[in-house]
Design a protein. Structure first.
Length: 118
């Protein structure tokens, strides 16, 4: 089974930065694409960022210019660097793996809560 564990969330003021980490197990990490999603109560989970096995990245329009995604294959870890945070970024952030098709293959983790508030 494929498992992921997210970490790095917390309370941050608008304009601040956070870096989220996601450690994956049960896969040959370097062969899989990885993605970050977020969800707020009452809304569907949405894709935030995606990185292919080759390093090609995609960011949702709402976070372009502020967030970046990267990966460290040696550590089986994907990161989400979040800069210039806004209150609307408040959500639980999840990660998952896929085969480049955005179809999650891991058991969803507990996520990590990001709260942006003054």
């Amino acid at each position: 089974q494929v498992h992921v564990v997210e970490s790095g969330g917390g309370l941050e003021r608008p304009g601040g930065s956070l870096r989220l980490s996601c450690a994956a197990s049960g896969i040959i990490f370097s062969l899989n694409a990885m993605a970050w999603y977020r969800q707020v109560p009452g809304k569907q989970r949405e894709l935030v960022a995606h990185i292919t096995s080759g390093g090609t990245t995609h960011l949702a329009d709402s976070v372009k210019g502020r967030f970046s995604i990267s990966r460290d294959n040696a550590k089986n870890t994907v990161y989400l660097q979040m800069n210039n945070l806004k209150p609307e970024d408040t959500a639980v952030y999840y990660c998952n793996a896929d085969w480049g098709d955005l179809k999650p293959i891991a058991t969803w983790g507990k996520g990590t809560l990001v709260t942006v508030s003054s």
